[in-house]
Design a protein. Structure first.
Length: 368
């Protein structure tokens, strides 16, 4: 079905910055700079500066960023890592794939790990916490870091949805051992295929990831420092991402404008919970604008039937997929929000008129 309002519009986004992207493409192609060249290093420097960290290491995906981080921290068989019950499956899969056990914790109203439930999930085997900053809004990292220090736990931040957000003025991804980023096309900084990175202040961790992304090889000496992986961020993607990163601050401002427009148009509807929170220490970059509608599928299907493309991540929590063999410890908030979530179109390509159209459809659903 052709939607009148698309969830994202990559073609339109390209037109907005076409000249610069085309120039980046021609430079890479004419020089033949394909693997591990200046464009990658430039992007890594700019990303590290933006995220408030000393180092950035470009990888193939957000998943690889999580995976490399857990390996760098030495986590593996026999270890438990705490992770939220409401997140993208990759957070837990990275833990399982290093041989460790994910221990799930319910989330709060803001879709992030409920910090009051972390301590009850800690056992003598717990060695790490992976807070996820979902939708563009950080988990309460002040609390997470307090708990991590008290129990001596490694913190790996899954910041894949929150590039540019912060708490008490400190950026997402700069709190834990690493911050993990995804440049999947529809992330707030999206490439044209898969991509990811870690940021860190630890030179050993940066060196580890720099070697392991390239089959364990030190590119200067040719020495293999371990059995590694193939998960280097492509130079061409890095060149494109470097262009888009320059726009990110203004694009975040635009996302906040759209969020304010939704809020003004929808906040009087009693059955709809909007993603605006009253913690003055944290700011939202609105990677996603996820509302909670008491009418669940009826609401999301009505929007689609009326030309508005929406996402409902995740109607079925990942721990309810039997093949993943994860322990359901009882997560009432995750269960409730998985029935109610609906992401409205939120991107920098959308016009105010289109946002107003979405608002109009939502209001009509509620008979307003
Ligand atoms: C997108 C995402 C990932 C994985 O990123 P990929 O680049 O697709 O591997 C992990 N965690 C969260 C929360 C994400 O949103």
């Amino acid at each position: 079905m052709a939607y009148r309002i698309k969830f994202v519009n990559p073609g339109r986004n390209y037109q907005m910055i076409k000249d610069e992207l085309d120039a980046a493409y021609f430079e890479v192609m004419t020089k033949g700079d394909l693997i591990d060249r200046g464009q990658l290093r430039s992007f890594e420097e700019n990303l590290a500066a933006f995220a408030g960290a000393k180092y950035a290491v470009g990888l193939n995906s957000g998943y690889d960023a999580l995976h490399m981080s857990l390996r760098a921290a030495g986590l593996g068989p026999g270890d438990e890592v705490i992770v939220p019950a409401h997140t993208f499956v990759a957070s837990a899969s990275a833990i399982v794939n290093v041989g460790a056990k994910p221990v799930l914790v319910d989330v709060g109203q803001d879709f992030n790990m409920d910090c009051n439930k972390i301590e009850e999930a800690i056992t003598p085997r717990t060695r790490g916490i992976m807070p996820v900053h979902l939708n563009g809004y950080m988990a309460d990292m002040v609390r997470v870091m307090e708990i991590a220090e008290k129990y001596g736990l490694v913190v790996v931040e899954d910041a894949c949805q929150s590039l540019g957000s912060s708490m008490v003025g400190k950026r997402a991804g700069s709190w834990g051992l690493t911050g993990c980023w995804s440049f999947y096309p529809f992330k707030i900084l999206g490439g044209y295929g898969d991509g990811g990175a870690i940021t860190t202040n630890d030179p050993e961790v940066a060196l580890f990831a720099t070697r392991m992304r390239y089959n364990g090889e030190d590119r200067q000496t040719g020495e293999y420092h371990g059995h590694g992986f193939t998960c280097l961020l492509d130079n061409l993607q890095a060149a494109f991402l470097d262009v888009k990163l320059r726009y990110l601050p203004s694009w975040i401002e635009r996302r906040r404008e759209i969020a304010a427009r939704y809020r003004a148009g929808l906040s009087d509807l009693p059955d709809l919970l909007l993603p605006h929170y009253d913690d003055p220490r944290r700011d939202h970059v609105y990677q996603n604008y996820v509302v909670r509608a008491q009418q669940g599928n009826e609401f999301s299907e009505y929007l689609k039937a009326n030309g508005v493309e929406v996402l409902t991540q995740f109607r079925r929590p990942y721990y309810r997929h039997e093949a993943l063999k994860l322990e359901d410890r009882g997560f009432p908030e995750t269960e409730a929000l998985s029935r109610e979530v609906c992401s409205l179109p939120m991107n920098v390509e959308i016009s105010d008129q289109e946002v107003d159209y979405v608002i109009g459809v939502v209001r009509r659903f509620y008979g307003k």
